[in-house]
Ligand binder design. Structure first.
Ligand code: ZN
Length: 248
């Protein structure tokens, strides 16, 4: 069975950045995994939450509801601190994510771009860097070798993608996006479910209008940058994240 692993930073990134693609591949029979690094407790919009702990709990529930709509096979929210991913121990986080890559053994991985996606959020940049190193180092016998002594095997992911975009938000910090190599054209039904999944994040309700408006205007595409592949190649235009991937 083919497996797809997506690393995100905050609950709602899975729907906003990857929703249509996660749904598409799940419905094609791919086992889909989403690992979100933080419970989003530093968010500006906080719903009825009176504390960071309450907001974390609410946002975990919202993530689970969104994941269900997107037919995610396995979704998990980790406990790294929102808005502080740039202050974590780099090696410790990469070790944690490497272990998860070795356990899940994805054929394809995706994460956000190093620039931090169109919102330029530093957590988005950091999850990109952590996921990238976990992707590379999971394959190596000389990285986190203690994991290999404890029953895990090395795993080489065949392709790593960064989510990208074909527009920027001028009112935000400047971002230099990774060039699009891969375009997923969403059907109307997939767009509707993606918007519904985003709206599962009820604590973020003040964002719904802007999100839906943006998606309805520009959201029939989810675009990606093929950052790494296990076989050397020239960049070419793709419409399938699993193009050329072997089921092994
Ligand atoms: Zn985010």
């Amino acid at each position: 069975m083919l497996r797809l692993l997506c690393f995100t930073a905050h609950p709602d990134d899975e729907a906003g950045g990857f929703g249509g693609t996660l749904l598409r591949y799940s419905e094609r029979g791919v086992e889909t995994h989403v690992i979100c690094l933080t419970p989003g407790q530093a968010a500006t919009h906080r719903g009825i939450a009176k504390s960071d702990e309450e907001l974390s709990a609410l946002r975990r529930e919202e993530f689970n509801a969104a994941s269900k709509l997107l037919k995610v096979s396995h979704g998990e929210v980790l406990d790294y601190p929102d808005a502080r991913l740039d202050r974590q121990d780099f090696l410790a986080v990469v070790g944690d994510l490497t272990r998860r890559v070795r356990q899940i053994k994805p054929h394809v991985m995706m994460s956000m771009g190093t620039e931090g996606a169109i919102t330029a959020h530093p957590d988005h940049s950091m999850v990109s860097l952590f996921a990238t190193m976990a992707c590379h180092w999971a394959a190596r016998t000389n990285r986190f070798a203690d994991q290999l002594e404890n029953g895990l095997a090395t795993h080489q992911t065949q392709k790593l993608y960064y989510a990208s975009a074909l527009f920027t938000m001028p009112q935000r910090q400047p971002v230099s996006l990774a060039p699009t190599t891969t375009i997923i054209h969403l059907e109307q039904r997939e767009i509707d479910i993606k918007i519904a999944a985003f709206k599962c994040h009820t604590t973020q309700a003040p964002l719904f209008g802007f999100f839906e408006d943006t998606i309805r205007r520009r959201g029939n595409l989810e675009v990606f940058h093929l950052a790494n592949a296990c076989t050397p190649r020239k960049a070419e235009a793709e419409t399938d994240l699993f193009a050329g991937v072997e089921d092994r």
